[in-house]
Design a protein around this ligand. Structure first.
Ligand SMILES: Nc1nc(=O)c2c([nH]1)NC[C@@H]1CN(c3ccc(C(=O)N[C@@H](CCC(=O)O)C(=O)O)cc3)CN21
Ligand SMILES: CC(C)C(=O)C(=O)O
Length: 270
C-alpha cells in the first residue's frame, strides 16, 4: 500500500556492514514488533531487538529481567516485519555467563529466528564468550561503555571515558572484543572524544549511542526517537516525532466523535 520508496533495496549483510567503516555512517534503530519493523525495513542498515524492550515494551524499571523466550518472541516478530536490515538480538542478562551457556542460548537465536547476530555487553572480561560464539559461527555485536545490564552492580547509569585511565580501559576492551571476533561494537554513553579514539583504535565499525558523532554509526531506541517512551529522556535522545502527543490527540478526536455520536458516520457504516 505504501507509496514510499525505501532507501535500501537489497539485503544488508554483515560483510557489507564491515565495509561501511570509514565510507558511510551506519544507521541502526531498535524494534520490538513486526509493524514497526516493516516501517523501518529498507530505511536503516541494522535493527536491534534490544533488551530495552523490558523497559519500553514491558514497562519494567531496568533490562535485567528480560528472558530468552521473551527476546526470541520479539525477534521473531521483528523478522516477520523486516527482511532487508541486519537484525541483531540482545542476549539478556544472565544468558552468557560462560562460553557453554552462551553458545547454548545463542544457538537458539539462529535456530528459532532469522536474526543475523546477537549482542553481548562487556569488554575484555567477556572476550572469551565472544570468541566461543564466533568460533561456533554465531556473529556477535559487542557493547562497551555504559552497559545497562550492569546498572545494579555499578549503582546507576554512568557516562564513561571521563579520564585517561578509563579511556585506556575502553580502548583495551574494544581491541579485545575485536580480536575475539565481534563484527561491530556498540559504544554507549561515552564522552565524544573517547568514542573517537576507540573508533580509530579498531578496524570494525563502532555504533554509538550517547557517544558523539565520530563513531562509524548511530543507534537509538525507536520509542525514544519517536516520542513514545516517557519514563525518562537521556540527553542523547533526539526526538524526531511527537508520538505520545499525536496518539493522545488522535484518541481525543475519537473520544469526542464517539461521545457526540459522530463516529461512525455513513462512510464507516454497513
Ligand atoms: N527507552 C530506553 N532508551 C535507552 O536509550 C535505553 C533504555 N531504554 N534501556 C536500556 C538503556 C538504559 N539507557 C540509559 C538510561 C539512562 C541514562 C541516563 O540517565 N543518562 C543521564 C546521564 C547519566 C550520567 O551523567 O552519568 C542523562 O542525563 O542523559 C542513560 C542511558 C540507555 N538504554
Ligand atoms: C540502547 C541499545 C544500544 C540497547 O542495548 C537496547 O536497546 O537494549
Amino acid at each position: 500500500m505504501s507509496i514510499h520508496t525505501p532507501k535500501i533495496d537489497k539485503k544488508v549483510t554483515l560483510p557489507a556492514i564491515g565495509k561501511m567503516k570509514g565510507v558511510e555512517p551506519i544507521t541502526m534503530v531498535t524494534a520490538y514488533d513486526a509493524l514497526f519493523a516493516q516501517i523501518f525495513d529498507g530505511e536503516v542498515e541494522m535493527i536491534l531487538v534490544g533488551d530495552s524492550l523490558n523497559m519500553s515494551f514491558l514497562g519494567k524499571e531496568d533490562t535485567l529481567s528480560a528472558t530468552m523466550d521473551q527476546m526470541i518472541y520479539h525477534t521473531q516478530a521483528v523478522c516477520n516485519g523486516a527482511t532487508l536490515p541486519v537484525i541483531v538480538m540482545d542476549m539478556p542478562f544472565g544468558t552468557y555467563t560462560s562460553p557453554e551457556v552462551a553458545v547454548k542460548n545463542a544457538t537458539r537465536v539462529y535456530q528459532e529466528t532469522n536474526a543475523q547476530a546477537v549482542k553481548i555487553e562487556g569488554g575484555k572480561e567477556r572476550a572469551h564468550i565472544i570468541e566461543a560464539l564466533t568460533q561456533n559461527s554465531i556473529a556477535v555485536l559487542g557493547h562497551i561503555g555504559l552497559m545497562p545490564q550492569f546498572i545494579r552492580s555499578e549503582g546507576g547509569y554512568k557516562i564513561r571515558g571521563k579520564d585517561q585511565a578509563d579511556i585506556d580501559k575502553l580502548i583495551e576492551d574494544a581491541k579485545a572484543i575485536e580480536a575475539a571476533g565481534a563484527f561491530a561494537i556498540v559504544v554507549e554513553g561515552v564522552k565524544a572524544e573517547a568514542a573517537k579514539v576507540i573508533t580509530e583504535a579498531v578496524s570494525v565499525p563502532t555504533i554509538g549511542i550517547g557517544a558523539g558523532n565520530a563513531t562509524d554509526g548511530q543507534v537509538l531506541v525507536w520509542s525514544d526517537m519517536f516520542g513514545f517512551f516517557e519514563a525518562f529522556k537521556p540527553k542523547f535522545v533526539k526526538q524526531y516525532f511527537d508520538g505520545a502527543k499525536q496518539v493522545r490527540e488522535g484518541l481525543e478526536a475519537y473520544r469526542n466523535e464517539v461521545k457526540a455520536r459522530e463516529f461512525p458516520s455513513d462512510e464507516y457504516t454497513y
